[in-house]
Design a protein around this ligand. Structure first.
Ligand code: SAH
Length: 281
């Protein structure tokens, strides 16, 4: 059942936890079109990683009445900077990759975005017009979103891909308002994004700290060969990101790594020093 446009006060500022990230956009008109698409759907948090030309006249012309979204857009110089404080990162791609990642439909992805409301910042990342997101960039994401286009002609214009995602996020938001009376006790508590979980989800920078600690440790015990890495770290990254660890879980894992490093460098240190390193759980 379709309802007409609602008064503007209806949109909560809390929607700002959803961040649209655009990687190295070459056509500034697309940035304007993205701002418009976002504002139409009640979103306003735009982050641009190394745009070729921004701000400029073309972007503002294409933004129409959404110039405020461009005014407050943040320009950064790396994907790391764009997502480091996020607790959920979703990358969008038209193409499957060699090491497949968990893939979600736009509707399921929007549901996850809704689940993270109040838990921290969420980023939805969009690629370059000419060659999308690299494998490495996609591996920084917890999940991939694929818009189920015609397999023989699968690539949408980037602003149209943003439009589809922002629409789904809005629909999820509106469904959430409708169901806000439903009994919270009936909701599952499965992972840190769910209300009732005891510890906040780990941020990207906390997880990245863990991944480099893990790599150093595995190299230190000769399990990981930096001169012949194969896909080891990629697969471990996929495993841990899939688990969506919370902050304490990351601390525990890092405590274990520190103990392994200590015992590898001084096997005689033994049990007593390990005890001291135990994370307070
Ligand atoms: N030629 C590029 C596609 C770039 S399209 C390639 O082969 O990867 C620009 C961006 O729009 C993509 O990086 C992605 O963020 C988004 N996009 C386009 N089509 C999409 C689809 N079917 N599913 C998900 N994202 C899509």
């Amino acid at each position: 059942m379709h309802k007409p446009a609602l008064p503007s006060t209806f949109d909560l500022p809390a929607r700002d936890y959803v961040r649209v990230v655009m990687m190295e956009t070459s056509h500034s008109g697309n940035i304007g079109a993205v701002a418009r698409a976002m504002k139409n759907m009640g979103l306003g948090n735009l982050c641009l990683v190394n745009p070729r030309a921004f701000p400029d006249e073309t972007s503002y012309a294409r933004a129409a009445g959404a110039s405020d979204v461009l005014d407050r857009a943040r320009v950064v110089s790396s994907l790391d900077e764009a997502i480091e404080d996020c607790v959920l990162v979703m990358g969008t791609s038209a193409r499957g990759r060699k090491v497949p990642w968990p893939v979600m439909s736009p509707t399921d992805a929007a549901r996850q975005v809704g689940d993270y409301h109040g838990k921290g910042e969420v980023a939805v990342v969009f690629g370059r017009e000419n060659n999308g997101l690299s494998n490495e960039e996609l591996q920084r994401c917890h999940v991939h979103i694929h818009i189920p286009t015609n397999p023989d002609y699968s690539s949408l214009n980037v602003a149209m891909a943003v439009q589809v995602m922002c629409y789904e996020i809005r629909m999820e938001y509106l469904r959430g308002l409708e169901n806000s009376d439903s009994n919270p006790q009936l909701k599952a508590i499965n992972s840190p994004e769910d209300p009732g979980w005891d510890v906040p989800p780990a941020t990207v920078s906390e997880l990245e700290g863990f991944f480099s600690h893990l790599e150093d440790t595995l190299a230190g015990i000769d399990f990981h060969r930096r001169d012949n890495p194969r896909q080891l770290m990629t697969r471990l990254r996929r495993l841990y990101q899939r688990a969506r660890p919370d902050q304490m879980e990351v601390n525990i894992l890092r405590g274990i790594l520190t103990a392994v490093q200590k015992s590898a460098s001084d096997p005689s240190a033994g049990v007593s020093s390990k005890k001291q390193d135990q994370t307070d759980v």
